[in-house]
Design a protein around this ligand. Sequence first.
Ligand code: TXA
Ligand code: MG
Length: 334
Amino acid sequence: MPNLPFQTATGTDLAHAAALLRAGQLVAIPTETVYGLAGNGTDEAALRAIFAAKNRPVSNPLILHFGSVAQLRPYVGAVPAAAEVLLAHFSPGPLTLLLPRNPARVPDLVTAGLPDVAVRLPAHPLTQQLLGQLDFPLAAPSANPFGYISPTRPAHVLRQLGGRIPYILDGGPCAAGIESTVVGFGPAGEPVVYRPGVVTLAALQAVVPSARLRTPAEAAQPAASPGLLPFHYAPHTPLRLFGPGRADAPLAASFDPTATGAITWREPLPGLPLVQQYVLSPAGSLLEAAQNLYAALHQLDQLGLQLLLAERLPDDGHGLGAALNERLEKAAKR
Ligand code: TXA
Ligand code: MG
């Protein structure tokens, strides 16, 4: 066992969390998407500590979290008109915007040297109160070791980062369950989806009709969003996908039922013990499936199985089902 520097505590003490952050320490914070590993976004030492605790390459830029649009203004340059509309409609909420960075306020380490900075106003009430007590934004990637599954419960953070941080601010299970939708702006100022999430393309288009996905050429540019690696969010147990639907579900005879787990959409797989299975939403709600997806991966990854099977969610164009399937595809790629 390596010697880890902290005895990690979990609780709801906002004053303690704020004091730690002011002292340059890291605190895991609840958001409506996933738990974040937060530090002072203007403090180089705190930023380095975030990369170190996650074992994350510094080429992968961080999101700055703010309590209000007013707090955010000084950190960015001219904001595209469409971004103002999105801020008005979706903030606070599970949306991250890539805006021109004010280099006098935002350290290079936050953006990996890119001209834009990722900003977000999280909706979780505890974290909003915390941000209201601080006079700096919080840099916060998801609170997982680099490449592993994002945490949606305090226990997930404790298991993954216990001993590496002093405090986990307990805000209960995350309501949205997958990471925020990341949106940049194209040449004509139109919103461009970099990472799909609960705020879907259709929801964006309802308020800014020009919103679009990245073109294949844009998506192929390695520098466009260095964090968007083809593998990510992966459990340690090998993961194999099937579906959507059951037509290509692996037959019970094709796997060892004592060493196989399954994550499914509405009904368990025949031929496998139920304790090795997680049904994401028996009622068929994609929102519920999103809340449960990472908890399912965390839970089944603890069982020491040899294989996890997962059923793709119904394909709904560029909706939430597609966002969940994107996470599953990446989790299966490792
Ligand atoms: O829901 C979320 O966004 C959570 C919570 C904690 O807020 N945070 C999160 O952070 O998922 P992280 O670091 O795991 O993912 C941030 C994503 C990465 O894919 C990163 O590459 C991208 O946003 N990103 C950050 N800054 C960027 C920038 N300046 N330009 C392009 N992409 C950027
Ligand atoms: Mg992450």
